[in-house]
Ligand binder design. Structure first.
Ligand code: DGL
Length: 270
């Protein structure tokens, strides 16, 4: 079991930002990554569809021997984490809670902004997580659906992106938030543009926190693999025209060791 890989999944290749962070914190662990590029985007689909897709994604990783599963997709983690934990016996961590805990540590003003896909924001997953963590701050959510295609286009510093970001984020300035949670795999890449509009406030990117909590979880369960190779195998359900270019943008290095796979359908057990 200790030698088994960590399984990480996302709707596409944005979750490679989480892979990057996990590798920095756990360089010896082997990772298998699944990006469901054939069914991307998840953030504009229904809760029911994303729960079903997330179960199938997790099953794929479990079938390949994952000892721990990380839900790197914020849209999935918002709606499917509790169900995945009930459906599977291996430990599962999502990207929502670690970011929530971090935001609560750094926020001072009592107003926290959260940005994410439509599903992430409208599902109320963040409000629920803040409430369960005992937050007293007011949580202000805003969906920013155009950010994902802008990042995939590579328009990280483009004037169009600045205009879109201003439209989405301006209300937060009036609300005087002092902390902004970047609740989507793609948003850390827009930090420079977001900072131009929001200025010097706290920005929370959960990926580093996920790595830290994963390391703690492995230790607690005696699942660490200090003798691992530190390999990353990437599985994608579709190889679209520019997936490699986009993937390398997220991973921050050349993308090697990847292949296309098909997922089996899998019904919910309970
Ligand atoms: N990975 C998704 C998320 O973090 C963004 C892309 C999508 O909508 O599938 O919510």
């Amino acid at each position: 079991m200790r030698e088994s890989p960590i399984g990480i999944f996302d709707s596409g290749i944005g979750g490679l930002t989480v892979v990057k962070a996990v590798r920095q914190i756990l360089p010896k662990e082997d990772i298998i990554y699944l990006g469901d590029t054939a069914r991307l985007p998840y953030g504009s689909k229904s809760t029911e569809a994303i729960i079903q897709f997330s179960i199938e994604d997790t099953q794929f990783l479990v079938d390949r021997g994952a000892k721990y599963v990380v839900i790197a997709c914020y849209s999935s983690a918002s709606v499917a984490l509790d169900i995945i934990r009930k459906e599977f016996s291996i430990p599962v961590i999502g990207v929502i809670r670690p970011g929530v805990r971090r935001a609560m540590q750094v926020a001072k003003s009592g107003k926290i902004g959260v940005i994410g896909t439509s599903l992430t924001i409208y599902s109320g997953g963040y409000e629920k997580a803040f409430k369960e963590e005992g937050a007293e701050a007011e949580i202000l959510g805003k969906s920013c659906p155009l950010f994902v295609p802008l990042v995939e286009e590579g328009w990280l510093d483009h004037e169009v992106t600045t205009l879109v970001a201003r439209e989405y984020l301006e209300p937060f300035k009036k609300d005087n938030i002092d902390t902004l949670l970047l609740g989507c795999t793609h948003y850390p890449l827009l930090l420079r543009t977001i900072r131009k509009i929001m200025g010097n406030i706290n920005y929370v990117d959960a990926s580093a926190e996920v790595g830290t909590e994963l390391a703690q979880g492995l230790k607690k369960r005696d699942l660490q693999n200090p003798g691992g190779k530190g390999s990353t195998s990437i599985y994608l359900t579709d190889l679209s025209i520019n997936y490699k270019e986009i993937g390398e943008r997220f991973l921050g290095e050349p993308m090697k060791n990847f292949s296309r796979v098909s997922l089996k359908s899998r019904e919910m057990k309970k």
